[in-house]
Design a protein around this ligand. Structure first.
Ligand code: GDP
Length: 138
């Protein structure tokens, strides 16, 4: 048992056929998959999920992109899950991400950056609850 974090494999990584490779890295780095699903977000859902960014200039673009195709959402469990997962995914901009990180390997750009990872324990809970009911967690 450990803490949880929440992730999404973003539309361009799903379209590129990278779901399996990314999940393999996630499990290979000690994260247990508690919940998992493929789903296409509506604009409304993406807007709500990213509401914290609504004052940022790229908010509209981000909402359009995240609702442009299916994503894979997951709850992950590990000791120190939030911090360790942020380390595994790397910097927001793949040009700045360390070698071996998910974003370095799979991201196309700073906006199309392959995966989401929660930035705090509090947000991990909020984001997990946004996507998954209790009966979908194992
Ligand atoms: P994260 O925590 O590393 O995902 O980064 P942020 O919280 O700063 O940004 C949230 C998401 O917005 C990122 O993962 C990108 O998909 C997107 N994003 C960040 N910066 C930009 C930008 O300058 N332009 C666009 N279009 N999207 C961005």
């Amino acid at each position: 048992m450990g803490n949880i974090t929440f992730t999404m494999i973003k539309p361009e990584a799903v379209a590129a056929g990278n779901i399996g490779a990314i999940l393999k890295m996630i499990e290979g780095n000690g994260f247990r998959i508690v919940a998992l699903k493929k789903v296409q977000l509506t604009k409304n859902m993406a807007g709500t999920f990213y509401e914290v960014h609504k004052e940022r200039p790229f908010y509209g673009e981000l909402v359009d992109y995240m609702s442009s195709g299916p994503i894979v959402a997951a709850i992950l469990e590990k000791e120190n899950a939030v911090v360790d997962f942020r380390a595994l995914i790397g910097a927001t901009d793949p040009a700045e991400a360390e070698d071996g990180t998910i974003r370095k390997l799979f991201a196309e750009s700073k906006s199309k950056n392959a995966v989401h990872g929660s930035d705090s324990d509090e947000n991990a809970q909020i984001e997990a609850d946004f996507h998954f009911s209790a009966g979908e967690r194992f």
